[in-house]
Structures are given as structure tokens and as C-alpha cells.
Write a protein that binds this ligand. Structure first.
Ligand code: PMP
Length: 443
């Protein structure tokens, strides 16, 4: 009997994330991956232009990461993390603390980006409660995206992603983010920062003693539209959190580990958040792992003879040793190779390749930060935002050309693994140019 194609079996039993089966093309049957390329069952070689949902940084099938994983698998695969500890988790915590913004001192593990955020929100909330303060309000930013669990969705912008669940979510106060290109009052960059900051200040002023935390995606708001901030705005957020005595949560699930050109996006503004959320590139795209790091002061807020002050949160796979071992090896790669210089070079090439597209008729804005190049399109007739029909159409055309991109509606972006070569980067930006120029001349 002939073995059935993986696609036939998939269509019968599997349910894919963020996929409307009625309209989506069949999934790509991937059999292996190496460097920046994915290889399909039917013999195609596809450049992974979005780092497998923003997780991959050193390339697929990296020899050092493979070895670290294999070695760890031979010794200890998993053990519960309440009442037990192990070297991979401790090694990783030490290494993380040595590279994180100064002042972050304690690492709490979980297993993905959404849980890293859930942990941050619960940690901030209970920290105040343990101190006898009632601080129930979270301030979040317009265009924010923090994950798909209920707490993370609550902190995210109301959007197609959260709309079906809105009655399940807790209220947050939403303030302006510096989306300079879509600034409703059409202000210039510098004054725009001031305007957005005053929106946060007003919200803090309205409830000066009730705000548990302000949560932001520093410098680059991802799924909400790939919005790049001026660093001054982030400095302003930190200043206001200090002034009003509240906590700053930095969701660096996307931006952490070099993606914006610095090891962590907070470094662009020289700020240390009170709590930072990490995942995605933490394991260089190998295994699911989340980490929420905080200050000693917040940690001490949970240390008490009174057991009700315990942080009652944990997941079965907390601090999985395989994931921790790979993550620690990834940080050693950062130490041994100048990974951030690689991102800098990628940034230059993305600027060179994409900035000239500003003159193409359908292009509204081009933004580049670190290893992320963004082209925001002006489409007419389509639904704006994520559900704009242009997104899947563009995705299909890029795939036909051999590069995997998943535009967020009218926002097209490339975010390849940092090991992409100069020639490959030029090839990708040329594909973007050709496709957009064709669209512009068709309309
Ligand atoms: N925060 C941010 C900023 C993200 O971009 C994402 C995922 N895109 C998440 C949280 C959620 O991460 P995960 O998908 O691993 O749950």
C-alpha cells in the first residue's frame, strides 16, 4: 500500500493555528530545514523569511545547538521544577542575568511567550497585593499584542484576534502608542512623542495609586502592525512609571535576543524594566520556553513566612532541561560570534533594499529596525489591518517565488534568521520590490 501524503493525513486530523481552513491554501509539508531554508516533501526549497514566526536566529539545524540538545537528551529530559532544580536551568538563569538590562536579577520560567506575559501580569498584580496595596489597573498601548491566553489578550489591542473573546477579558486602560506614520493628529516625529507620552501621563494621573503596571512591547510593536518607536518614547514611559511609582513590564518576546539590533530593545533607551518577558528566540527557534525576569525587590515581595504570599503559578514543563540547555548554548553563540554585528549588517542591507520602495505607488511607509524590514501598504477597497485581503495574496505570490512571508494584512515585513547572507538578503528585498512594483502598475 502506498504511504498517504502527509497533507492527506493532516487534513483529516490536524487543526492549525491562525488558519481559516475554508480559504487557506494547504499547509507546506516541511520535511527538513537547514540554515535559512525549509525543504518540502515535494522537493521545494523555501527561504524562511519570517524566522518561523520570529523564533529562529542562528539558522535551522545549527551544529552547536544540535549537539547541546543531543547531549542534554542523554542525561536529563525533564523533571518537575517545584522542589527540584537542575544545571541547565541555573546555567541559563545566570547567563540571562549577565546579558539582561542591569537590575533584573530573578528568572521565572514558563513555556511560551503568552505564558511569559501571563506570569508578568500575575506577578505585578500579586506583588502589590502582597504589599497590602490595591492596584488593579493595567495600562496597555494601542496596537499592542501580547499573546493568545486570556490575560495576554486582555493586555492586547482589541482586534480581530481578541474580538470573539471580548467578554472574557479583563479591562485595561489603553493609551496611545507612537505610530508616527498613522498619527491621527499628523504631528511630526518629535512632537508626536510628546503627544503619546501625555496620553500615558493622563491615564496615570487619573488613577495615581491604582496602576499595577504599564505593559509595552518596547521599540517594536509586532503583530499589531510592526510599529517602530522613537527611543524617546520608551524613555518617557520609564520616567512616568518611576514618577507615579508603578511597574514597567517590557514584553520582549519578539524583540529580545538581538532582533532590533540590540540584545534587548530596552537598551535603545537605556532603561531597565521591572519585569521583562522573554520567549521566541530564547531557544534560537528550537524548543518552547518562556522566561519572566524581575528585580530582587519584586522577588522579595513574595518571600514570606506567610505561605499565602507564594506565587502560585507553574507549568508542567517549567524550565524544561532540553530547552534550557539549547537556550544556554544560544547565548554562548552570542558570546563567541559577533551576532549583533550580523544583525547590524542585515539592518543596513534591509534599509538599502527597502527604503527606495517609498516611491512605489502602493507603498505608504517603510520602516527598518535591526533585522526587521517593514513595508506598510496603502490599499483601497480591502479591509484595513490584519484582515486586509492583500495579505494572503502577497503571501501566496512570495511563496511561488520561493520565500515564506506572512504579511499582517497590509503590513508586509521580512524578519529572516540573522545568518542570512548578503546575497540572500538582496534577493529577498528584490522579490519584495518586483512584487510591489507589479501591484502598483496593475492598479
Ligand atoms: N508577546 C509578543 C510581543 C509576541 O509577539 C508574541 C507572539 N507573537 C507573544 C507575546 C506570544 O508568544 P507565543 O506565541 O509564544 O505565545
Amino acid at each position: 500500500m502506498l504511504a498517504k501524503s502527509i497533507l492527506t493525513r493532516d487534513s483529516r486530523y490536524v487543526w492549525h493555528p491562525y488558519t481559516q481552513t475554508a480559504t487557506a491554501p494547504a499547509p507546506l509539508p516541511i520535511v527538513r530545514a537547514e540554515g535559512v531554508y525549509l525543504y518540502t516533501e515535494d522537493g521545494r526549497k523555501i527561504l524562511d523569511g519570517i524566522s518561523s514566526w520570529w523564533v529562529n536566529i542562528h539558522g535551522h539545524s545549527h551544529p552547536r545547538l544540535n549537539t547541546a540538545l543531543r547531549k542534554q537528551a542523554e542525561v536529563l529530559q525533564h523533571v518537575l521544577f517545584a522542589g527540584c532544580t537542575h544545571a541547565p536551568a541555573v546555567d541559563l538563569a545566570e547567563s540571562l542575568i549577565s546579558v539582561l538590562p542591569k537590575g533584573l536579577q530573578r528568572v521565572f520560567y514558563s513555556d511560551n511567550g503568552s505564558t511569559a506575559v501571563e506570569v508578568a501580569v500575575k506577578m505585578a498584580y500579586q506583588y502589590w497585593k502582597n504589599r497590602g496595596a490595591t492596584r488593579n489597573v493595567f495600562i496597555a498601548l494601542h496596537h499592542g499584542y501580547h499573546g493568545d491566553t486570556v490575560g495576554a489578550m486582555s493586555a492586547s489591542e482589541i482586534s480581530a484576534f481578541t474580538d470573539p473573546f471580548k467578554r472574557l477579558l479583563f479591562d485595561v486602560v489603553r493609551v496611545a502608542s507612537p505610530h508616527c506614520y498613522r498619527c491621527p493628529v499628523g504631528l511630526q516625529r518629535e512632537s508626536c512623542d510628546i503627544d503619546c507620552i501625555s496620553s500615558l501621563e493622563k491615564a496615570l494621573n487619573a488613577a495615581p495609586h491604582s496602576v499595577a503596571a504599564v505593559i509595552v512591547e518596547p521599540m517594536l510593536q509586532g503583530a499589531g502592525g510592526m510599529i517602530v518607536w522613537p527611543a524617546e518614547f520608551l524613555k518617557g514611559v520609564r520616567r512616568l512609571c518611576d514618577q507615579y511609582g508603578t511597574l514597567l513590564i517590557a514584553d520582549e518576546v519578539l524583540t529580545g535576543f538581538g532582533r532590533t539590533g540590540r540584545m534587548f530593545a530596552c537598551e535603545h533607551a537605556g532603561v531597565t524594566p521591572d519585569i521583562i518577558c522573554l520567549s521566541k528566540a530564547l531557544t534560537a527557534g528550537y524548543l518552547p520556553l518562556g522566561a519572566t525576569a524581575t528585580t530582587e525587590e519584586i522577588y522579595q515581595g513574595f518571600v514570606s513566612q506567610d505561605r499565602s504570599k507564594t506565587f502560585f503559578h507553574g507549568h508542567s514543563y517549567t524550565a524544561n532541561p532540553l530547552a534550557c540547555a539549547v537556550a544556554a548554548e544560544s547565548l554562548r553563540i552570542f558570546r563567541d560570534e559577533d551576532v549583533l554585528a550580523r544583525v547590524k549588517r542585515l539592518e543596513e542591507l534591509l534599509k538599502q533594499g527597502l527604503k527606495p520602495l517609498r516611491s512605489v505607488r502602493c507603498v505608504g511607509d517603510v520602516r527598518v529596525i535591526g533585522g526587521v524590514g517593514i513595508v506598510e501598504l496603502e490599499t483601497d477597497g480591502g479591509r484595513s489591518g490584519y484582515l486586509d485581503e492583500i495579505g494572503p495574496k502577497l503571501g501566496a505570490e512570495f511563496l511561488r517565488r520561493g520565500v515564506l512571508l506572512r504579511p499582517l494584512g497590509n503590513v508586509l515585513y521580512v524578519m529572516p534568521p540573522y545568518v542570512i547572507t548578503e546575497g540572500e538578503t538582496d534577493w529577498v528585498t528584490n522579490q519584495v520590490k518586483e512584487v510591489l512594483t507589479t501591484i502598483a502598475s496593475d492598479n
